[in-house]
Design a protein around this ligand. Structure first.
Ligand SMILES: Cc1ncc(C[n+]2csc(CCOP(=O)(O)OP(=O)(O)O)c2C)c(N)n1
Length: 278
């Protein structure tokens, strides 16, 4: 359980990451607001509480790694890396520009990014390779990987799921951001994959569930998962796509939508209201 002051700090961080998302997208530009904001709590908890990872540890082979398999949600990872001091804030304003550091999908030229992702379905394979290498090196480091629910339709992911279980990899924790909406509509309607919990369990994984907007719930699931030896764990995060922005919540239009002057102002106003309550 987190202490009240830790809860507060993490809530402030998740809020800051959401402010950063709005700043990065700006007015008149498209950006992946929905699938980024559904991860604000998990990413805050990982980078600012759980992971052994800091500017000083960048080249440390024993650092924990976070691979964002749903690479289109890069903005949330950029926000966290910026708040950790890996690059200056000015870069947030230059996101997705040719001269900027931060491209539309994660790239190894960005400090703190561990893998190039964006073509869905590949992050678990990459994470498995990292986890196996760390195990060979007898490293205490852990690999975290975050997938989307729409992403679950990628075949490569299920090969990696079988391989991870086959090799009894337990230094890897996967997350499934179950926000129930993908790029063009509800995940159920676009490509229905029922019983994801049962499917992952059938593939040999320990399955945990968490409220993806509740720090204690996520942390409890991570800690429980990490007591399980000899098999990989996946945490299914019950989340809301676009969480924190009423116009975007559960709305596929904000998967990669444009913020107008009006929605930009509304987004900031809604965040200010959350801020007042923390
Ligand atoms: C191999 C591949 N196919 C298609 C796409 C296009 N695409 C980008 S995001 C997306 C939807 C992803 O949905 P989900 O995994 O649920 O992400 P979230 O809603 O959490 O953002 C798709 C199909 C892609 N990036 N890679």
């Amino acid at each position: 359980m987190l202490q009240p002051n830790q809860q507060k700090e993490l809530a402030r961080m998740a809020l800051q990451l959401r402010y950063d998302l709005v700043e990065m997208i700006g007015v008149g530009n498209a950006g992946h607001l929905g699938g980024s904001s559904s991860l604000a709590e998990t990413v805050s908890l990982l980078y600012f509480h759980k992971m052994h990872f800091s500017v000083e540890q960048l080249g440390d082979p024993n650092r924990d790694r976070l691979v964002l398999s749903k690479g289109h949600a890069a903005l949330i990872q950029y926000a966290a890396l910026c708040e950790k001091g890996l690059f200056p804030r000015e870069e947030l304003k230059r996101v997705k520009t040719l001269d900027g550091l931060l491209q539309g999908h994660p790239d190894l030229s960005i400090p703190g990014i561990e893998a190039v992702t964006g073509s869905l379905g590949q992050g678990l394979s990459i994470s498995l390779g990292m986890a196996l290498a760390l195990r060979l090196d007898k490293s205490p480091a852990r690999v975290y990987t975050i997938m989307g629910d729409g992403e679950q339709s990628e075949g490569q992911l299920w090969e990696a799921a079988m391989a991870t279980a086959n090799f009894k990899v337990d230094n890897l924790t996967a997350f499934l951001d179950w926000n129930k909406v993908q790029a063009t509509g509800p995940t159920k309607a676009v490509f229905s994959i029922p019983d994801l919990d049962k499917k992952w369990a059938a593939f040999g994984w320990n399955v945990e569930k968490a409220d993806g907007h509740n720090f204690d719930s996520i942390l409890e699931a991570i800690e429980k998962a990490q007591t399980v030896k000899g098999k990989p764990s996946i945490i299914i995060l019950d989340t809301i796509k676009g969480k924190g922005f009423s116009f975007a919540e559960g709305n596929a239009a904000y998967h990669n939508g444009i913020l107008t002057e009006e929605t930009y102002k509304q987004a900031l106003k809604e965040l200010d209201t959350i801020k007042a309550g923390i």
